[in-house]
Design a protein around this ligand. Structure first.
Ligand code: SIN
Length: 315
C-alpha cells in the first residue's frame, strides 16, 4: 500500500443516514439519509486514527441522492479534479447515496476519465443500523483507492468493484444492490485484497472542466416507449424548450410508431434524440432501418448524461 494521500469526499446518502429504530433499514419507522458528516463516519472505522495523516476529508454536499442535481455535480467534479491533480494524492473515495450513484459515477468518468482511482461507495442500511454495511464498504473502497495501478471511476458495494459505465442499481433492498449486467464486476475486495477479473475503466477526458461552474446545462428529458405510447409528451416537451430526448425503447431499440413520428418531428426542430433500451441487460445492436440514433451500451439515465455532455461540447 502506498503512503500517498487518500481523499474522502462526502455527499450524503444512506451511508450517512439514521433511522429511528436500529432494525429499520427502509424507513418503516422513519429514516433520513445524509445526517452524519463524512468525518464522523470515518472516525468510527477501526484503525482510522493510525492512518489519519494520510487522509484528506471534505464534506462536498449532504443530501439524499434522489435530489442530486447539476450544482452538486459541478462542485464534486471540481473537487475531484483538484485533488487528482495533486502529485501526493493516490486516489479518491466518494460517499454517495445508492439511488443515483450510477449517474454520478458515469458523469465523473465521462467528464474526467481519471488515470487515478476515484471510488464511489455507499450503503443500503443507515449508519445507526444494528448491523450497518457502510463501514465495510468504506474499508473496501479505501482498499481500491489505495491500490497501485487502480484507475478510473468505479463503484464499490458489498465486496464487488464495478465500472462506472456498466454499474446499475438493480435491487431496492438487498445489501448487494448493484450489478454490471453482462459485463460483470471488475473484481472483488476480499479481506482488503483486490481480486481483479478485468481491466479498469479507461477513456478520454472531455474539455469541459474549465468554465463548468458557469456552464449552461442543456435540458434533456427521458421518454419511454410502451403499449399505447404516443407523441403527446414529446410535443409538450418541444414547446417547453427541450434540447435533447432519450427514448427508452423496447427490446433492440424499437419505438412505438406514434411516438417515433413525434420524435422524428422534434428532430426537425433541432432536438437531439437518442435511443436506449428498456432491457436490463445486453446492448442495442444496429439495424439498417434505424430511424433514430442509438446510445449502445448505456442505460437511459446514462444516455441522458452522455447527451447532456455532447450538447455542452457542441455549444
Ligand atoms: C440515497 O440514495 O441517498 C438514499 C438511498 C441510499 O443511499 O440507499
Amino acid at each position: 500500500m502506498s503512503d500517498q494521500k487518500i481523499v474522502f469526499l462526502g455527499t450524503g446518502g444512506t451511508i450517512a443516514g439514521t433511522a429511528a429504530n436500529a432494525l429499520d433499514h427502509t424507513g418503516l419507522t422513519g429514516y433520513t439519509a445524509a445526517q452524519i458528516g463524512v468525518h464522523d463516519l470515518l472516525a468510527s472505522l477501526p484503525d482510522w486514527q493510525e492512518g489519519a495523516e494520510r487522509y484528506v476529508v471534505e464534506q462536498v454536499a449532504q443530501l439524499d441522492s434522489k435530489d442530486m442535481g447539476f450544482d452538486v455535480w459541478v462542485k464534486l467534479a471540481l473537487r475531484v479534479a483538484h485533488h487528482l491533480a495533486q502529485d501526493d494524492v493516490q486516489g479518491i473515495v466518494i460517499t454517495h447515496g445508492t439511488d443515483t450513484l450510477e449517474e454520478t459515477a458515469y458523469f465523473l468518468q465521462a467528464l474526467l476519465a481519471p488515470s487515478k482511482p476515484v471510488v464511489l461507495t455507499c450503503a443500503m442500511r443507515p449508519a445507526n443500523a444494528l448491523v450497518p454495511d457502510g463501514p465495510q464498504n468504506l474499508l473496501d473502497a479505501l482498499a481500491v483507492a489505495s491500490s497501485i495501478g487502480a484507475r478510473g471511476v468505479t463503484v464499490v458495494c458489498a465486496g464487488a468493484i464495478y465500472g462506472a459505465e456498466e454499474v446499475q442499481k438493480v435491487h431496492p433492498y438487498r445489501l448487494n444492490a448493484f450489478s454490471a449486467g453482462d459485463a460483470g464486476p471488475i473484481g472483488f475486495v476480499e479481506q482488503g485484497r483486490l481480486r481483479l477479473l478485468r481491466d479498469w475503466p479507461r477513456g478520454k477526458a472531455l474539455p469541459l472542466l474549465v468554465g463548468l461552474a458557469d456552464a449552461a446545462w442543456p435540458r434533456v428529458e427521458i421518454v419511454m416507449s410502451y403499449a399505447g405510447a404516443d407523441g403527446t409528451v414529446v410535443r409538450a416537451l418541444l414547446k417547453s424548450g427541450v434540447q435533447g430526448l432519450v427514448v427508452v425503447a423496447t427490446g433492440n431499440g424499437t419505438v412505438h410508431q406514434d411516438l417515433e413520428s413525434a420524435l422524428l418531428m422534434v428532430m426537425q426542430h433541432g432536438v437531439k434524440v437518442v435511443r436506449a433500451t428498456r432491457c436490463a441487460e445486453g446492448r442495442l445492436l444496429p439495424g439498417v432501418n434505424d430511424a433514430l440514433p442509438a446510445a449502445p451500451g448505456l442505460t437511459p439515465v446514462k444516455a441522458r448524461i452522455a447527451l447532456i455532455l455532447a450538447l455542452m461540447q457542441a455549444a
